[in-house]
Design a protein. Structure first.
Length: 232
């Protein structure tokens, strides 16, 4: 079942220390307009995985005595070559996750060499996937995006390897509700006043998405203004 577009709980706090100054980290931008992550690190992992597969394939091939035994080494070697080539030559700019707060849009990586999938955040379907361990008990939970922007008969869900899928989803919903204050965290502190003034000029329209937690303004004075003008 898809997750509701709703702030379910207090999300993870996004502090300014998480933002990469070199442009080579994961979190590249977090302000009142755009939240941008680079997911190119997955391709780096693919290169390492592919390199390991090549080594295993060559070793198995050198150990094989019969021609029929070369099938498995060939699979390892060719698969490893593919992941190395893919990891090196894929356009890293395609491997981004971007939330546009004001436009209400989202973009996230598509398969292989394809450009990112893009669409309206309100149309995005997200689920929580639970993996099991060898004993059959629930092990890890992952937030996954269902491809709703470019439907295909056979498609894989895009997986986010976050710390807590409900907290991550709650953050995304909170951030994308442009009628609410910016989420918690020092990364957004420099932009809170201008975001407040924008919403004030618009008459403090009511939230786009419901919330199970309070989302007050940064100061009591601002909260009073919102109640007076917006009525909530």
């Amino acid at each position: 079942m898809s997750l509701p577009h709703q702030i379910l709980e207090y999300p993870n706090v996004v502090n300014k220390e998480r933002i990469s100054k070199s442009g080579k980290g994961i979190l590249l931008r977090a302000d009142d307009k755009t939240y941008l992550e680079s997911h190119a690190y997955k391709q780096s992992v693919g290169v390492e995985f592919g390199g390991g597969a090549i080594v295993i394939g060559v070793w198995l091939g050198a150990s094989a005595e019969l021609s029929s035994q070369y099938i498995v080494p060939a699979i390892f070697t060719l698969g490893g070559v593919f992941w190395v080539v893919y990891g090196i030559f894929v356009n890293k700019k395609y491997k981004i996750f971007e939330l546009n707060r004001l436009e209400g849009t989202v973009a996230y990586p598509d398969r292989f060499f394809n450009p990112p999938l893009e669409g309206k955040f309100k149309d995005l379907k997200a689920v929580i996937s639970v993996s099991g361990n060898i004993d059959g008990y629930a092990d890890s939970e992952y937030l996954k995006f269902v491809n709703t922007f470019k439907p295909r008969k056979l498609d894989l869900l895009y997986t986010f390897y976050g710390s807590d899928p409900q907290k991550d989803w709650s953050f995304y919903v909170w951030y994308m509700d442009k009628n609410r204050p910016l989420p918690l965290g020092t990364a957004f502190d420099p932009y809170r006043q201008q975001d407040f003034e924008r919403r004030k000029a618009e008459g403090f329209p009511r939230p786009l998405y419901p919330s199970d937690i309070p989302t007050p303004e940064a100061t009591p004075e601002q909260q009073k203004e919102r109640r007076l003008i917006g009525g909530w």
